[in-house]
Write a protein that binds this ligand. Structure first.
Ligand SMILES: [Zn+2]
Length: 235
């Protein structure tokens, strides 16, 4: 397997990525606190990496429970996650000492001079959340808004909910709530017009108008990869 390095990327305005090539976690630094959004995929000394960026106290939130977003969670004493994804993390023995707090839509993380609000965005997983910074017009949607390909096969995925979520996020975008998307995979940041393409792709898959190509995955699983522009969905 290719060795994946962990690097730190500064996006400016207090936003940093802990980048592991296949996935990135974000550290958002306010005047009083910092928010770590996801904990990476590959084992690394994440506390040292954070210490190289900020000495402010760090709160950990998970956009969802997929393993490439919860790696290194054992380096922290507590984290926030939506109730619908809680069990998935709680049952992993390596995280037994991490106190998991439930977060819900509307919860606000106030970092001092910077507030991120929780949006409930199920579909990719039942408990996916996004964090919205309306003042800075930035959103952190995990995998949900990204070129992906977004995984929509297997346990817990729900394409109907996913389409509802994309429409919900489009509403926020159209109301001017955000103009840049800090996603966990692929090109970043993204222009929020990507949501229109994702909606078209999701609708196309659901109606059968778009058929993906068969793609072998781990084990015997065969899934289809559908693409529209740069966006992709595995289903
Ligand atoms: Zn995921």
């Amino acid at each position: 397997m290719r060795e994946l390095k962990t690097t730190t990327v500064a996006y400016g305005n207090g936003i940093f990525a802990i980048d592991q090539q296949m996935v990135r976690a974000f550290l958002v630094v306010g005047n009083g606190k910092a928010l770590l959004i996801d904990t990476g995929a590959i084992q690394t000394d994440i506390q040292s990496i954070i210490a190289g960026i900020t000495d402010k106290p760090v709160t950990v939130v998970l956009t969802h429970s997929d393993g490439d977003h919860t790696g290194n969670l054992q380096a922290f004493s507590e984290a926030f996650i939506h109730a619908n994804d809680l069990e998935n993390v709680k049952t992993r023995p390596e995280y037994k000492d991490v106190a998991l707090n439930e977060m819900k839509a509307g919860d606000v993380f106030d970092l001092g001079g910077r507030r991120l609000k929780t949006l409930f965005i199920p579909g990719h997983t039942p408990g996916s959340i996004a964090l919205l910074d309306e003042e800075n017009k930035q959103i952190f949607p995990g995998d949900t808004v990204s070129y992906g390909p977004v995984y929509m096969f297997g346990k817990g995925r729900n394409i109907n909910d996913y389409l509802d979520t994309l429409n919900y996020l489009r509403g926020f975008r159209d109301a001017g709530a955000f103009n840049s998307v800090y996603c966990a995979h692929g090109e970043c940041p993204l222009d929020p017009s990507i949501i229109d393409t994702q909606i078209e792709l999701t609708r196309g898959i659901m109606s059968g108008a778009i058929t993906g190509e068969e793609t072998p995955m781990r084990g015997d699983t065969v899934v289809r990869l559908a693409k529209l522009g740069k966006t992709g969905i595995l289903y």
